[in-house]
Design a protein around this ligand. Structure first.
Ligand SMILES: [Ca+2]
Ligand SMILES: [Ca+2]
Length: 175
């Protein structure tokens, strides 16, 4: 039985949508209509930023992964579909992405060297053996207060620019 358990290898959920969304401090500007990040439909969570500003964190929680209670969580990935408005292209970037464990932001990645594009595109972070420097039990990720958070930044803008997020998803890897 134990040998079979080990030989199963790592399993993964589908890319999961979230059900609960909020704009949460800290940051210079709120996310409007945060629940627009639930599905890919070209309706956006937006935050309007001037140069050197950051958005608040877009908190996305409640993904209902249903991980069996005896499993080991080996990795967590997230992806999000993003773009920027077209008043001053090339000034919006990802300042910070974190996971949310027990309702609090933990772990951190940034992608500040990559500008968000004028057209929607998905970018992904994390992976099958990446726990973002944290540890998670099945109960942690099954909880309604597990999720991801995204903070946008802006640099070099001559006018205010809009950060836009169409869709946020998460995938859990476990064995
Ligand atoms: Ca889209
Ligand atoms: Ca959307």
């Amino acid at each position: 039985m134990f040998t079979f358990f080990l030989s199963k290898g790592v399993q993964e959920t589908a890319w999961l949508n979230f059900s609960t969304f909020a704009s949460v401090a800290t940051g210079d500007h709120v996310w409007s209509t945060p629940s627009n990040a639930q599905t890919s439909n070209n309706s956006y969570a937006t935050s309007t930023l001037s140069s050197a500003d950051t958005s608040e964190y877009l908190h996305c929680t409640n993904c209902n992964p249903g991980i069996p209670s005896t499993s080991i969580i080996s990795g967590i990935a997230m992806q999000f579909e993003r773009s920027e408005g077209n008043t001053d292209p090339g000034v919006i970037f990802t300042n910070q992405i974190t996971l949310i464990k027990g309702g609090s932001r933990v772990g951190s990645k940034n992608d500040s060297s990559v500008d968000w594009l004028l057209n929607d595109a998905y970018f992904s972070f994390g992976g099958s053996s990446d726990l973002w420097g944290q540890s998670f039990t099945p109960a942690d990720v099954n909880a309604t207060n597990f999720g991801v958070a995204i903070q946008a930044g802006c640099v070099g803008a001559t006018v205010s620019e809009i950060a836009r997020i169409d869709h946020v998803q998460v995938k859990i890897y476990y064995y």
